[in-house]
Design a binder for this molecule. Structure first.
Ligand code: B12
Ligand code: SF4
Ligand code: SF4
Length: 267
C-alpha cells in the first residue's frame, strides 16, 4: 500500500518519505479536525520543492516570487484526492498544507523528510529548506506503518551560520513584513535594512544545506514570477492578479506600506 502511495506522490514530484501514525503528530489547531467525518489514523507527509535559481535582484522572499503556493496546493488536491479515492475506495483522505491542524515541521522530521535546522526549518537532502510541507490525513493504516521510526529525529550541522546572520531585533522579520497597520520607526528601519518587502530568507541563504539544493521540477513555480516588486507593478495588478500572489491575504495596504518604506527620503 505504501508503495502505491509513494508512486502517486512521486509522479507529482513531491518529496515523500513515509506515513506517520497520527498519534505521533502534534496538534496545533485541533478544531480543524472537527468537520472531518472520519477518524484520522495516519498522516502522509510530503514536501513540495519550490526553488528557482537566478533572480539575484529580488525584494520578495523566494517562496513568494511565484504565484501563491496555496493555489498550487488546491490544484494538487484536485488531482491527488480523486486518484487516492479510486485506488482506495473504502478510505477517506483530506489534504492540508500550511493551514493545517498539525505542526508540519515536527511531523516532517518524524516522518524522515528532513532534519530540523537551527533556523527552525526542515532541511531536506535534495531541495534544502526550499520546500513547503503538506500532508494527507487518512483513516488508512499503511501495512508497514509499525516499522516506521515513530519518533525519528535528526539535527542539522549546527554550524550556527543562520543565527549569526539573522538580523532580527524584535521578532522574526518574516512576521514583521506581514504586520498590519503603522510600523514604529525601528520596525521600519529593520525592514529597510533587510531589503525585502515580503518575507525573509536570510537564515536559509546562509545554510550549507542549501548550497547544492536542486531546483523545483514543478512548472507551477516557474511561471508568473515576480522577484522584484515595485509600486507601479503592484498598482497595475488587477484584483484577480493580485489575489494570486502570496501576500494577497494581507491586502494591498500592507505590501504597499512596505514598498513605500524604500521610497521615503529619510531612508
Ligand atoms: C505561524 C507560522 C509562521 C510564523 C511564526 C513561525 C513560528 N512560530 O515558528 C512566521 C510568520 C514568523 C513564519 C515565518 C516563516 N515561515 Co512559517 N509557518 C507557520 C505555521 C503556519 C505554523 C507554525 C507553528 O505555529 N508551529 C507550532 C509551534 C509549536 O512551533 P514552534 O513554537 O516554532 O516550535 C518548533 C520549533 O521549536 C522547532 N524546533 C525544534 N527543535 C528546534 C531546535 C532549534 C534550535 C530551533 C530554532 C527550532 C527547533 O520545532 C518545534 C516544533 O516544530 C507553519 C505551518 C504549520 N502548520 O506547521 C508554517 C511553516 C513552518 N512556515 C514555513 C515557511 C517557509 C516560513 C518562512 C521561511 C517564510 C519566509 N521565507 O519568510 C519563514 C521562516 C521563519 C523561520 N526561520 O522560522 C514552512 C516551513 C517549511 C520548512 N522547510 O520547514 C511551514 C511549514 C509552512 C509550509 N506548509 O510549508 N511562519
Ligand atoms: S526568517 Fe529572517 S528574521 Fe526570521 S529567523 Fe530567519 S533570518 Fe531571522
Ligand atoms: S545554517 Fe547551520 S546551524 Fe543553521 S540550520 Fe543550517 S546547518 Fe543548521
Amino acid at each position: 500500500m505504501i508503495d502505491i502511495l509513494k508512486r502517486v506522490f512521486t509522479e507529482e514530484h513531491l518529496l515523500l518519505c513515509e506515513a506517520l501514525p497520527f498519534s505521533a503528530c502534534s496538534l496545533i489547531a485541533p478544531h480543524k479536525l472537527k468537520w472531518l467525518d472520519f477518524e484520522v489514523r495516519s498522516a502522509i507527509i510530503f514536501a513540495i520543492p519550490y526553488l528557482v535559481k537566478g533572480e539575484e535582484k529580488r525584494n520578495v522572499s523566494r517562496y513568494a516570487v511565484s504565484r501563491d503556493y496555496h493555489l498550487y496546493v488546491s490544484q494538487l488536491q484536485e488531482r491527488l484526492l480523486p486518484r487516492l479515492a479510486s485506488l482506495f475506495p473504502d478510505a477517506h483522505f483530506v489534504l492540508f498544507a500550511d493551514n493545517s491542524p498539525i505542526d508540519e515541521r515536527d511531523a516532517a522530521v518524524k516522518a524522515g523528510i528532513g532534519v530540523m535546522g537551527k533556523n527552525g526549518l526542515v532541511l531536506t537532502e535534495k531541495y534544502g529548506s526550499y520546500v513547503f510541507l503538506g500532508e494527507v490525513l487518512t483513516d488508512l493504516v499503511p501495512q508497514n506503518i509499525g516499522a516506521i521510526r515513530e519518533l525519528a529525529s535528526g539535527v542539522c550541522h549546527n554550524c550556527s551560520a543562520c543565527q549569526t546572520a539573522c538580523p532580527k531585533l524584535s521578532c522574526c522579520l518574516s512576521e514583521l513584513t506581514q504586520k498590519k497597520g503603522t510600523l514604529s520607526s525601528e520596525e521600519a528601519n529593520e525592514i529597510r535594512s533587510l531589503g525585502s518587502v515580503w518575507g525573509c530568507d536570510v537564515c536559509q541563504e546562509v545554510c550549507p544545506y542549501n548550497n547544492a539544493a536542486e531546483e523545483t521540477p514543478i512548472s507551477f513555480f516557474r511561471e508568473y514570477r515576480l522577484p522584484y516588486l515595485t509600486k507601479s507593478l503592484l498598482v497595475g495588478m488587477t484584483d484577480e492578479e493580485f489575489s494570486c500572489r502570496a501576500y494577497a491575504w494581507r491586502k494591498r495596504d500592507t505590501i504597499l506600506r512596505n514598498l513605500e518604506l524604500f521610497e521615503s527620503e529619510s531612508y
